[in-house]
Write a protein that binds this ligand. Sequence first.
Ligand SMILES: Nc1ncnc2c1ncn2[C@@H]1O[C@H](COP(=O)(O)OP(=O)(O)O)[C@@H](O)[C@H]1O
Ligand SMILES: [Mg+2]
Length: 185
Amino acid sequence: MDSAETTKHLSRELDAYAHWFVAPDPAVGGHFLALTLLAECGDTARVAREVTAVFLRAAGAGDLVDDAQLVVSELVANVVNHTVPDRHLARPGSCRRIDVTFKKYPKWVFMGVSDEDSTPPLLPVGDTFPAALVGELSEAVLPDSGRGLLIAQRLATSVWWSPEEQGGKTVWCRFDLDQPGACSV
Ligand SMILES: Nc1ncnc2c1ncn2[C@@H]1O[C@H](COP(=O)(O)OP(=O)(O)O)[C@@H](O)[C@H]1O
Ligand SMILES: [Mg+2]
């Protein structure tokens, strides 16, 4: 599907389901987008991936789509799997909210995934096994969880989190864009 078709497909879905909401900001030339999702809806990660692709292509950062989709999947899945909203943000019987924010600048793309839980994510500070060794180890000794944020750290230039004023937090990633004419050293 090309970008125009995907956009059409997404707006049809938006009409069909009331569980997510996109707010582009025309003031910054379409280079800012906020997407609200609900953790309890089964297709949350898929919607996040599709909107990520539409945003990046429209913003002229199509080269980032594959990496950013994988990262957004991991961050959204973490909200679904690990968060318990702060008591004052929890609404009995209702879904947990996930806000995904995209900001494109000439040199960077920022992507933030916000949730209602003030517990920080456990960002890895080291690597259990060096990549070169993984192929030689049997599946049994490799950890089967705790890889999502490691993947995000590998694919993005930088990953961090910040607390939100009213409670909850945002996990942020920055992707540096290749500069035309820039020479690598
Ligand atoms: N949004 C989040 N809120 C609270 N805790 C989180 C969040 N994201 C990650 N975590 C914590 O960080 C850990 C590592 O996350 P991750 O690397 O994605 O591994 P996994 O999801 O497989 O456990 C999680 O097990 C969880 O304890
Ligand atoms: Mg995870």
